[in-house]
Design a protein around this ligand. Structure first.
Ligand SMILES: O=C(O)C1=C[C@@H](OP(=O)(O)O)[C@@H](O)[C@H](O)C1
Ligand SMILES: C=C(OP(=O)(O)O)C(=O)O
Length: 407
């Protein structure tokens, strides 16, 4: 269904409660399946986390994880160590185009039995769960950090733990550190020195406790963008967030200062406020925070600013080719964008065309990144409910700010 976002003005002050991080949730859900001693609070209500829960509770042979990249990668590792179980892991049409060979080969090197059911290197895959006896493996770290996190999540359940050597330039590093921090929180020991990660084996039960998932920083990015496009003095309070986040996208706090968004932490709340700022073009490497690239590109477009974004080599294998999608949709609105396989250049412009239908390409972040433009012009978001992949209540929350939406 297409939603029309009419030209809107938002309240001077508003508050939004955002669901738990889908990255933290999907790691902790898998860890909870391995270590049932701990409880979780503020788990993400995203489709991707619900699919993870369903998959972990399924006793079927075929497990379909639709568009959920983390679920696909993390469960490949998980089912590899479920001794005696046969699982076929599959997903959406797009999931079948998202590569998984690097992870499968690393697991095979550890002793796993995995085969490709359709195209070599891509889902669906058939996994015959068994005890993995080896503990050392190396893999290319430049394509997706999710392969590395997947291995780390099962590592403590391997007989001798894991020694992982990362080859090439390591991408999306904060997500790897998030995995290691969560292992540490449940009592699994690890180290990350130069390009080698070591995880100690852990056969004992862990101390029972409740872990609270911090709210999702990638979802918060859309509010940073909204505040950046609002009048000076506009304030949005988001919860529940911490200053020392495990989520790399918390770098938004520094990035959005550039657009006049000040961020303050008050207990577990993050208060965003629009302040006066001299707007300048932006140059930024996003190799550690790829999921906020779309938000930032659209903020710059809406403010008429040029930007040069680099470190975007992983964008081509996400829910859609996000580089091509951004170029196509921004150009429909009147902007000028040049892309390579790993970068995006947006030219400054002062026109935004009205009522342009924005295609979302099964990508939640296309819908959410473009929505703030309704503070400038009316726009149409095609297949608008695609947002449920990470943030099902997105439009409801926009309406509480004052956005006028016709469904
Ligand atoms: O581990 C994670 O939770 C994620 C890692 C990142 O993927 P890549 O490492 O493939 O860039 C990110 O884009 C994705 O949304 C979530
Ligand atoms: C890339 C993303 O998710 P995934 O890779 O888990 O599908 C995302 O949420 O932006």
């Amino acid at each position: 269904m297409h939603f029309t976002l009419h030209k809107s003005t938002i309240a001077k002050e508003s508050t939004v409660q955002i669901t738990g991080s889908k990255s933290e949730s999907n790691r902790l859900l898998l860890l909870q399946a391995l270590y049932p001693e701990f409880k979780l609070d503020n788990v993400s209500n995203s489709d991707d986390s619900n699919l993870m829960i369903k998959a972990l509770n399924s006793d079927q042979t075929v497990v379909d994880i639709h568009h959920a990249g983390t679920a696909m990668r993390f469960l490949t590792a998980y089912f590899s160590i479920q001794e005696g179980r046969e699982t076929v892991l599959t997903g959406s049409k797009r999931m079948k185009e998202r590569p998984i060979k690097i992870l499968v080969e690393a697991l095979q090197a550890l002793g796993a039995e995995i085969s490709f059911e359709e195209n070599e290197g891509y889902p669906p895959i058939k996994i015959l769960g068994k005890k993995l006896t080896k503990s050392k493996v190396s893999l290319n770290a430049n394509v997706s950090s999710q392969y590395i996190s997947a291995l780390l999540l099962i590592a403590s359940k391997l007989e001798n733990g894991l020694e992982l050597s990362l080859e090439g330039e390591i991408t999306s590093v904060p997500y790897i550190k998030m995995t290691l921090s969560l292992l540490d929180e449940i009592g699994v020991e690890s180290s990350f020195i130069d390009n080698v990660i070591t995880v100690k084996p852990n056969a004992k039960t862990l101390k029972a406790k409740t872990l609270t998932v911090e709210s999702d920083w990638s979802s918060a990015s859309y509010y940073f963008s909204i505040v950046a496009l609002s009048d000076v003095g506009t304030q949005i309070t988001l919860s529940s967030y911490k200053e020392n986040s495990l989520q790399g996208d918390s770098v938004l706090v520094n990035i959005y200062k550039h657009f006049g968004v000040s961020s303050t932490f008050k207990e577990n709340q993050l208060v965003l406020k629009k302040v006066d700022a001299n707007l300048e073009p932006l140059t930024l490497n996003l190799k550690n925070a790829p999921d906020i690239a779309q938000t930032i590109a659209v903020t710059c477009f809406a403010l008429g600013l040029a930007c040069d974004l680099t470190g975007l080599h992983t964008l081509k294998i996400k829910e859609t080719d996000r580089l091509v999608a951004l170029k196509t949709e921004i150009e429909k609105l009147g902007g000028a964008v040049e892309i390579t396989d790993k970068s995006l250049h947006l030219a400054p412009s002062n026109v935004i065309k009205e009522m342009v239908p924005i295609a979302t390409y099964h990508d939640h972040r296309m819908a959410m990144a473009f929505a703030p433009l309704a503070l400038r012009v009316p726009i149409v978001i095609e297949e608008a409910m695609v947002v449920s992949k990470s943030y099902p209540t997105f439009y409801k929350d926009l309406e509480t700010l004052g956005f006028q939406i016709t469904k």
